[in-house]
Design a protein around this ligand. Structure first.
Ligand code: SF4
Ligand code: SF4
Length: 94
């Protein structure tokens, strides 16, 4: 299996963020979460657990893989949609 660093992965993609976040994280629901699965599964490292237990999230370099939405164990904590036409991630070869 080939392993790549986050920096290497980021050189293979282009981002054109949507005007509105395509992923919204509900901090009120996250407050009671003890697993913080999103922090560990996101391949773009976009979820950060802060010292007060809250979650900081940045949608702008999202790979649109859907992993956080599937892995989160709290109903409604993550609202997920694809970015609008022409927006979001573009994958390329090199
Ligand atoms: S997004 Fe889901 S997994 Fe992540 S902290 Fe919130 S409730 Fe927990
Ligand atoms: S869709 Fe994938 S890349 Fe985007 S925030 Fe969720 S896990 Fe991270």
């Amino acid at each position: 299996m080939v392993s790549t660093t986050l920096a290497e992965r980021m050189t293979t993609v282009r981002f054109r963020p949507d005007h509105e976040p395509h992923i919204v994280v509900d901090g009120d629901i996250c407050r009671d979460c003890s697993l913080h699965t999103c922090v560990y599964v996101c391949p773009a490292d976009l979820f950060t657990l802060l010292s007060d237990g809250s979650i900081l999230f940045n949608h702008e370099q999202c790979f649109e893989c859907g992993t956080c939405y599937i892995a989160c164990n709290r109903e409604g904590a993550i609202s997920w949609r694809y970015p609008g036409g022409g927006r979001g991630v573009t994958f390329r070869d090199s």
